[in-house]
Design a protein around this ligand. Structure first.
Ligand SMILES: Cc1ncc(COP(=O)(O)O)c(C=O)c1O
Length: 379
């Protein structure tokens, strides 16, 4: 049976990984500045993570959400402590799209409304409501287009105010740093005014932290760079370091009701063991401090490369914008210099999303390779 051919693939076959590197089937080491799409937070095959998952799968890999699961409670408590999101409640699922799906559903249940405000160039996933609030018509099927969504420009406070005052909006969903779109950010005033407008219009402010969360922005959550209080925070990618796990943090003002949300696999024992190992490592290895130190180092090096016209993003979610399309440059970096980087819908921008354990020597390796690749790239 062939694989359904939906992914354009690079000719590389990674078979193992260690911290910032992945190794292909021929033993070649690749520097991973893509983190498998911002997923690898504590590094590939981290010993604490491997041990925690190995022990858990040997004991109990899965049981349903019909029984007591102390691992879920431990994960929720550790997440509250590290994120500073005091008294928020946790609902666990399996992916970023599912997290946003649940966030939007909860907003609609609780407000009794159904229209959503989302932003141009935003990405929130590929399932029903999540893809409907994603600004990319190529991935929205007719069945998804039935949802009632209004797309506005980032920073259009007046637009948000006008739409919320119509009284039918259940949620405003935003990425505080746009990932797939290309690392654009709204202004501080915009985010804070939208938060306030949501509070006065019985509308949920949903922070999509699927990519920017778990320390990647230099704070536990990217929204914490501002004075805002989202009703729901969606999380996934860095949460399991590759083990599929997602979730939403729900503001203490929002009451649960049995049966309101649910999932078979979400919050299973193995996923919780992975999630706990990630949080323990972020704490013990002070990875958020590392994000800030390496981010500054990376940005100062990027500033010295004349071909880089614009540096976007924050922390270890960085975009390097050139004045030419970077498809060939990324291929050179992979095939000639053995470095993975990410792309974005902005075709002139390279996305840097490394494991949060990255060190200065890896940044040096990247910039040496980039300078060589730029010398030989036809723009
Ligand atoms: C901001 C954001 N939200 C949601 C998603 C969807 O996550 P998943 O692919 O796990 O469904 C992504 C994935 O790239 C994302 O970047």
């Amino acid at each position: 049976m062939p694989l359904f051919d939906v992914y354009p693939l690079y000719e590389v076959t990674p078979v193992s990984g260690k911290d910032i590197f992945v190794y292909d089937d021929k033993g070649t080491a690749y520097l991973d500045l893509y983190g498998g799409h911002a997923v690898i937070s504590i590094g590939h095959a981290h010993p604490h993570y491997v041990e925690a998952i190995t022990k858990q799968v040997a004991a109990l890999g899965f049981y349903s959400n019909a029984i007591q699961n102390p691992l879920q409670v431990a994960l929720a408590n550790k997440l509250e402590a590290l994120s500073g999101c005091k008294d928020y409640a946790l609902f666990l699922c399996n992916s970023g799209a599912e997290a946003n799906e649940n966030a939007l559903k909860l907003a609609s249940f609780k407000t009794g409304k159904s229209r959503v405000i989302a932003f141009k160039n935003g990405f929130h996933g590929r399932t029903s409501a999540a893809v409907a609030v994603t600004d990319n018509t190529n991935i929205v099927a007719p069945i998804n287009a039935q949802q009632d969504v209004t797309f506005l420009e980032l920073n259009d406070v007046e637009g948000v105010k006008r739409e919320l005052e119509k009284g039918d909006v259940c949620a405003v969903i935003v990425e505080f740093i746009q990932g797939v779109g290309g690392l654009d950010q709204g202004s501080k005033a915009f985010f804070e005014q939208v938060d306030a407008l949501c509070k006065t219009n019985n509308t949920f402010f949903i922070a999509d932290e699927v990519q920017s969360g778990y320390g990647r922005s230099g704070k536990f959550f990217a929204f914490q760079h501002y004075n805002v209080n989202p009703e729901v925070i969606s999380i996934a990618k860095g949460m399991g370091n590759g083990f599929p796990i997602g979730g939403i943090l729900i503001h203490p003002s929002i009451e649960a009701k049995h049966g309101m949300l649910g999932t078979t696999f979400g919050g299973n024992h193995l996923a919780c063991a992975a999630g706990l190992a990630v949080l323990n490592t972020i704490e013990e290895e002070r990875l958020i401090a590392n994000v800030n130190a390496i981010s500054n180092y990376f940005i100062s090096k990027a500033k010295s490369i004349p071909q880089i016209k614009n540096i976007k993003g924050r922390g270890l979610m960085i975009g390097l914008e050139f004045d030419f399309e970077i498809g060939n440059l990324r291929k050179k970096l992979i095939y000639e210099h053995h470095i993975f980087t990410g792309g974005a819908s902005n075709k002139k921008l390279i996305r840097i999303l490394p494991p949060l354990t990255i060190k200065k020597e890896h940044v040096d390796q990247f910039f040496e390779a980039l300078e060589k690749a730029l010398d030989h790239t036809d723009s």
